[in-house]
Design a binder for this molecule. Structure first.
Ligand code: KMT
Ligand code: NI
Length: 176
């Protein structure tokens, strides 16, 4: 099962869980309400997984690559992590599949509070175009992630505020 929770306001080490006291969990349904979808796959067989292939066919994911995020393995590691943790949105869906290790995806809920989603091996998540989000490693400092994309990938991130973007307005309208 996926684990997600509302975050505290503490701005120290982003790699810590930052749960509220007492914890306020967010359910799968709670994530669906804001357009975030989650699914569990067998990451041991990602290279030849009929389930993954079917998802790609059904949703038109024609692009995929794999990025290893670790101080020794990713060029400009510090800068990139800093960038990933800036609150931003994209004009396309963000689809990520954790092949190894763990990571956090934070998304804004309807009340503009941060929800932290704990992703581990086998977790595939889709963040809708226009949602504000950010990404960080946890204390283990390592993950291997597959990035999927429908069509030619567009990595451009627009940092908040990006409220005037059409994709942002469209996303907000879908919430209502
Ligand atoms: C993004 O846009 O948030 C990212 O690509 C970072 C998470 S996956 C390496
Ligand atoms: Ni993003």
């Amino acid at each position: 099962r996926i684990e997600a929770w509302l975050m505290d306001d503490c701005t120290d080490d982003q790699r810590l869980p930052h749960k509220l006291q007492p914890n306020q969990p967010v359910t799968l349904e709670g994530l669906q309400e804001i357009g975030v979808f989650y699914l569990k796959l067998n990451a041991d067989i990602y290279e030849n997984d009929p389930e993954l292939q079917k998802i790609c066919e059904d949703r038109g994911y024609t692009y995929m690559d794999i990025i290893t995020i670790h101080p020794d393995k990713l060029p400009n590691y510090e800068d990139k992590l800093k960038m990933f943790y800036e609150e931003h949105l994209h004009v396309d869906d963000e689809i990520r599949y954790i092949l190894e290790g763990r990571a956090y995806f934070d998304v804004r809920d309807k009340n503009d509070r941060w929800i932290r989603i704990a992703m581990t091996k086998g977790d595939l998540i889709t963040l809708p175009a226009g949602i504000y989000h950010r990404f960080t490693l946890d204390e283990t400092n390592y993950t291997k992630v597959m990035r999927l994309f429908a069509g030619e990938p567009v990595w451009k991130a627009y940092n908040r505020p990006a409220d005037d973007f059409e994709v942002r307005q469209k996303y907000l309208n879908q919430l209502r």
